[in-house]
Design a protein around this ligand. Structure first.
Ligand code: NAP
Ligand code: HSE
Length: 425
């Protein structure tokens, strides 16, 4: 099995090293000799674990090469990666990729193309780094109707939030995540929840058979979160995480969203720290199961990439046909975010005058939002008091309307934060 590698960066280097150093082990597992044939990069002058003759700056040459049997795409980004994956599939070459951006926007079309050519498109590394996740959702939970999925699927944000809880700034923590190789080429994709939304689309398709593209999801990242919110949450027994959430609604619909959320400190996801990822799935037969492990980093991700390579090679060595894409029935529609119900945390800066609290609770009552707990701090040097409210569940439309009204109260200086709370276990 001669392998063509598109991209020899953080993940590509780790894959190339393992293909060279673990060639015997991998070849035995695959039932065929695995050979790293050639690779494409942008900059030929940087050191790589391949000889100069194996490298090119023209990825098309690798994707189409006659002496390449399988293509691994690890360049990242939408184009030219999508076009190169399509070109390899068109030529009847199986493709392994970690590219959630391409899969989120073009996954179904590429899977159809792969099926029409009788080859596999595999992407275990695209979500959850080294955690086996795609295969379990596709095969091992197949008997279940998935009811709910809550996940920490961006290692960079989880690493940053973990360090912010220890007093570091977002900027310092992000710099460290970049140094460790966790962040995307453009780290705004991590911080703004773009990467998590891409991954959630992939998971929603597999778990709920709901076709969605990232543009349809509600998405909010961790930019602008204040360490004070993490501290207030801690006071009431909550931990703040960037969550990707999908859940079956009462009818046919599925809700899907990415945003920061407070979780009870004893929830299994609340204990997932640093670059770890975890996906908590509730199936109607299996009940709650959680997949967890290192969600980012070269070696962890290479582990998942190579699992796919071994899988493809073994199938080819045995002459097994590629199964048709699964037919899982009609698509489920996405529930509009305005209809999604959540509990909520508000932090307000208010004048320290009598009657303020009555005004605040009146606004909540007008929108039928129940109050679960309250923290009030005495005024600081600027003379404003800080009020923190945790509400019971209410529709997003009511919470947004209440936020707008709270911000207009004469005694409100600012609504400093509104963060959703995922209360159930
Ligand atoms: P990276 O470090 O930025 O590496 C990208 C590689 O692709 C580099 O070798 C780069 O060449 C090459 N490249 C980019 N554009 C090219 C072009 N037009 N022509 C030729 N070569 C090109 O990225 P990464 O972190 O390894 O991520 C790769 C993929 O894995 C992405 O889809 C990412 O989302 C995904 N992923 C990453 C992680 C992680 O922890 N890093 C985890 C899971 C999934 P140069 O080296 O010459 O610049
Ligand atoms: N930038 C991604 C993350 C890499 O931090 O999770 C893994 O997909």
């Amino acid at each position: 099995m001669r392998i063509g590698l598109l991209g020899v960066g953080t993940v590509g280097q780790a894959v190339a090293r393992a293909l060279i150093e673990r060639r015997d082990v991998l070849s035995r597992a695959a039932g065929a000799g695995l050979v790293l044939q050639r690779a494409a990069v942008r900059d030929l002058s940087r050191p790589r674990p391949l000889s100069r003759e194996q490298l090119t700056t023209d990825p098309v040459q690798v994707a189409r090469a006659d002496d390449v049997d399988l293509v691994i795409e690890l360049m990242g980004g939408e184009e030219p990666a999508r076009g190169l994956i399509a070109a390899a599939l068109e030529r009847g070459k199986p493709v392994v990729t970690a590219n959630k951006r391409v899969l989120a926007w073009h996954g179904p079309q590429l899977e159809q193309l792969a099926a029409s050519k009788g080859v596999e498109l595999r992407y275990e590394a695209a979500v959850g780094g080294g955690i086996p996740l795609i295969a379990p959702l596709t095969d091992d939970l197949a008997a279940n109707r998935v009811l709910e999925l809550r996940a920490i699927i961006n290692g960079t944000c989880n690493y940053v939030l973990t360090r912010m809880a220890q007093g570091e700034t977002l900027e310092t923590a992000l710099g460290k995540a970049q140094e460790a190789g966790y962040a995307e080429a453009d780290p705004r994709d991590d911080i703004d929840g773009v990467d998590a939304a891409d991954k959630l689309c992939v998971l929603v398709r597999l778990a709920f058979n709901a076709t969605c593209t990232p543009g349809q999801l509600h998405r909010q990242g961790i930019r602008g979160l204040d360490p004070r919110d993490l501290a207030y949450g801690r006071e009431l027994g909550y931990v703040l995480k960037l969550l990707a959430i999908a859940r079956r609604g009462p009818g046919l619909g599925v809700e899907a969203r990415v945003h920061p959320a407070f979780l009870p400190a004893d929830h299994p996801l609340a204990r997932v720290d640093g670059a770890q990822n975890a996906v908590h799935v509730v199936g109607d037969l299996c009940g709650p199961v959680m997949f967890s492990g290192l969600g980012a980093g070269g070696d962890a991700t290479a582990s998942a990439v190579l699992a796919d390579v071994v899988h493809v090679a073994r199938r080819l060595a045995l002459g097994d046909p590629v199964p048709p894409p699964r037919d899982s029935g009609p698509d489920a529609p996405l529930i509009p975010m305005s209809e999604v119900k959540t509990r909520c945390y508000f932090r307000l800066s208010v004048d320290d005058v009598p009657g303020v609290f009555a005004q605040v609770t009146k606004v909540l009552a007008t929108h039928e939002i129940g109050l679960a707990s309250v923290i009030q701090r005495e005024p600081g040097k600027l003379g404003s008091a800080e009020v923190v409210l945790f509400t019971y569940a209410a529709p997003e439309s009511a919470l947004a309307a209440a936020e707008a009204e709270l911000s207009k109260l004469p005694s409100t200086r600012a609504v400093l934060a509104r963060i959703r709370v995922e209360a159930s276990k």
